[in-house]
Design a binder for this molecule. Structure first.
Ligand code: CUA
Length: 175
């Protein structure tokens, strides 16, 4: 409502078609807001955080990256995994590494720290919420819970050169 120069109330005219599109636009925004809320809080989808800045030229000489793999933080409950993406493999390509003494049981909270030593790679674990880029110079971090025991494959999702298709590995989860 607005007031005319004679002081009487006039109704703001909006074409019915325009009104319809305005309603549709508002509805879409509401649907997006609800979807994002469900994804964030109920499905556990997280935005990968940039955990730390590193120097990709020297990272392999410094712990923990000079010895990537699984770290047991709380037995049966909490594990950290450090992974290096390189042209064209993941180090390690089996988690836990074949010579590791730890196992990761189903239901444990597993945090992945991934970075690249050369070009941009991707890191996606099939069947989980873990899916982010591995960028040289920064460490990406994401936490997930494997509820079922079994083998979970991870792959590089960013085209990174001739060996891209050979960049994969497996996370093995025990009972
Ligand atoms: Cu690494 Cu594609």
């Amino acid at each position: 409502m607005s007031t005319s120069e004679h002081g009487e109330k006039v109704k703001l005219h909006i074409d019915p078609t325009e009104r319809g599109w305005i309603r549709a636009a508002i509805l879409v925004l509401v649907v997006f807001a609800i979807s994002v809320t469900i994804a964030g809080f109920m499905l556990g989808i997280q935005v990968p955080t940039e955990e730390q800045r590193v120097d990709p030229r020297t990272i392999e000489n410094e712990l923990p990256w000079s010895d990537p793999g699984v770290r047991e933080i709380v037995a049966g409950e909490k594990y950290d995994v450090y992974l290096l993406a390189k042209m064209w493999f993941f180090d390690p390509n089996t988690v836990p590494e074949p010579d590791a003494t730890v196992e990761i049981p189903a239901g444990a909270e597993v945090t992945f720290y991934v970075t690249s030593v050369d070009v941009q790679h991707g890191f996606k674990i099939q069947g989980t919420n873990v899916n982010f880029m591995a960028v040289p110079g920064e460490v990406s971090k994401l936490t997930t819970v494997f509820n079922e025991p079994g083998s979970y494959d991870y792959i590089c999702t960013e085209f990174c050169g001739t060996g891209h298709a050979s960049m994969y590995g497996t996370v093995n989860i025990t009972e």
